[in-house]
Design a protein around this ligand. Structure first.
Ligand code: MN
Length: 496
């Protein structure tokens, strides 16, 4: 691949990009990596080029693309981050610097403190600038694609990291499809034999299921039409292989037990339509009681919302049905971006490239442009969205409503904004919560109603034998877990 190809894509996808800046970054990286080869036998520069190519197709901006070209320079060449800062400014240096630090992440087992420290770095880098994480995920994706020539031990290690660190991060970002792609690629290297088995086992099944699913979709369409429900979309969706494997493991590898091999997705206009649709489906098809899940009232931790039900069809075969609104569908596909989109429309409108009178239409347009996360999942495919130049200087603080704090041992505790040491303590363990009498944030004493900041190491000071929470903690705790635990115990001890 040549830089000229990328330049062509940039011109098409994001005409606002400073091409001179990109060419300068390329020249710098090419010179720095000159003479280095990858295990595939290619010149090393092909790797940063491939990563940049993908990001260019996503329509990302000048600083992101330049950082991608330079991302392996400080670690692998004689050129330093200081030189990059001098040539390309502090923003690029910050992104490249974060990426260099992230390269330190190596999985050495759950007990490894170094690993936890690195995981912490990753979380912090994510909070600081989402562009770092996007580059990192694309970098990892390309490394997974070129994993074959590596010795099997290395393949295993990289794939295992992908499975245990990168895929969960994609999941945390709410980009379900990216998570799926990374997991499926890693699966064959981490569990080669099982992968083959699952792959063979499902190939036949999928064919069989596809025909069956089409029939069910046709019938459901008719039913919903008759009942007066407006259906925006209805389609079948195959389960990712690795997810399927995890499920099979729970069911003694019996594929007949898997009801959501192919699920049916129904998209309806409003939340009330979701429940109405669920009711109608249950009127015509008998549900499996235990498998009715209301993720609208109780969303998954990563924000996923939908109604799930598994019903018996006419053929007596069960099938999973997922019901959602277009907003929920977008959240599932676009992840982070859509969360931010719905939570902060004002700042969004400010960022619009053209400010027209029709806010709604502009928002719709912007949503379309924010389809970048959707495109992330089809990196290799032709992207078809228009310019996304507004992305250039955009920092999405996508962990806006969440903070990450750490135990002195380095475990990550995920908390809502404005959480306190008491929330933290109950996340760690109920006993730690009950026996808490004080706390330290980054080694400094803080009150129990202190508002924890992102990245702080929190130490809970406990009193041995103390088994009762304070009633007034209920005035400031943020997590439902802490609230519930405190009330539970006080009730048991008849204090409230
Ligand atoms: Mn790299």
């Amino acid at each position: 691949m040549k830089i000229e190809e990328i330049i062509e894509i940039i011109k098409n996808k994001n005409p606002k990009v400073d091409l001179d800046f990109i060419k300068k970054a390329y020249d710098f990286a090419e010179k720095a990596h000159r003479g280095q080869k990858r295990k595939t036998g290619e010149d090393y520069i092909q790797h940063p080029l491939a990563v940049t190519y993908t990001l260019a197709k996503l329509g990302l901006g000048t600083k992101t693309l330049a950082s991608a070209l330079l991302h392996d320079v400080p670690e692998d060449t004689d050129y330093t981050l200081d030189q990059i800062k001098k040539e390309f400014g502090s923003e690029v240096a910050f992104i490249v610097g974060s990426l260099t630090k992230l390269r330190g992440i190596r999985l050495r087992g759950k007990e490894d403190e170094h690993y936890l420290e690195n995981l912490r770095r990753m979380f912090l880098a994510m909070g600081a600038d989402i562009r770092t994480v996007i580059i990192k995920l694309v970098d990892r994706y390309h490394n997974m694609l070129t994993l074959n020539p590596l010795p099997s031990e290395k393949q295993y290690q990289i794939a295992k990291e992908t499975l245990e660190i990168y895929a969960p991060i994609a999941n945390r970002l709410g980009i379900g499809e990216v998570k799926g792609a990374l997991e499926d690629m890693a699966f064959r290297y981490v569990y080669p034999k099982t992968y083959k088995k699952v792959d063979e086992m499902t190939r036949e099944k999928y064919k069989e299921r596809a025909a069956f699913t089409d029939g069910v979709i046709r019938r459901i369409k008719k039913i919903l039409k008759k009942e007066g429900i407006e259906v925006l979309d209805i389609h079948g969706r195959a389960k990712h292989l690795y997810r399927l494997y995890l499920k099979l493991k729970k069911h003694n590898m019996d594929i007949e037990e898997i009801y959501d091999l192919v699920a049916i997705r129904i998209v309806v206009p409003e939340v009330k339509d979701c429940y109405e649709t669920l009711g109608i489906i249950h009127k015509y098809y008998k549900p499996l009681i235990k498998r009715i899940k209301d993720y609208i009232s109780l969303p998954k931790p990563n924000g996923y919302r939908s109604l799930h039900t598994t019903v018996f069809t006419r053929e007596e075969k069960p099938i999973e049905i997922q019901i959602r609104t277009p907003e929920m569908h977008e959240e599932d596909e676009y992840g982070v971006a859509s969360h931010w989109l719905y939570s902060d429309e004002k700042s969004l409108v400010r960022l619009l490239p053209r400010r027209g009178k029709n806010k709604r239409r502009d928002l719709a347009k912007l949503k379309e442009e924010l389809a970048w996360t959707k495109q992330l999942r089809s990196w290799q495919e032709k992207a078809n969205s228009s310019s996304q130049e507004f992305f250039e200087d955009l920092k999405i603080d996508f962990l806006k409503d969440r903070i990450f704090a750490f135990t002195p041992k380095g475990d990550v505790i995920d908390l809502p904004e404005k959480a306190t040491p008491v929330d933290f303590a109950y996340e760690v363990h109920t006993e730690v919560g009950n026996s808490a009498i004080g706390a330290k944030a980054n080694n400094k004493k803080v009150p129990l109603d202190y508002l924890i900041k992102n990245g702080e190491v929190i130490e809970i000071i406990t009193q041995k034998g103390k088994k009762t929470p304070n009633v007034d903690w209920l005035d400031f705790v943020k997590t439902s877990r802490a609230k519930m635990k405190i009330k539970d115990i006080l009730r048991k001890q008849k204090r409230i």
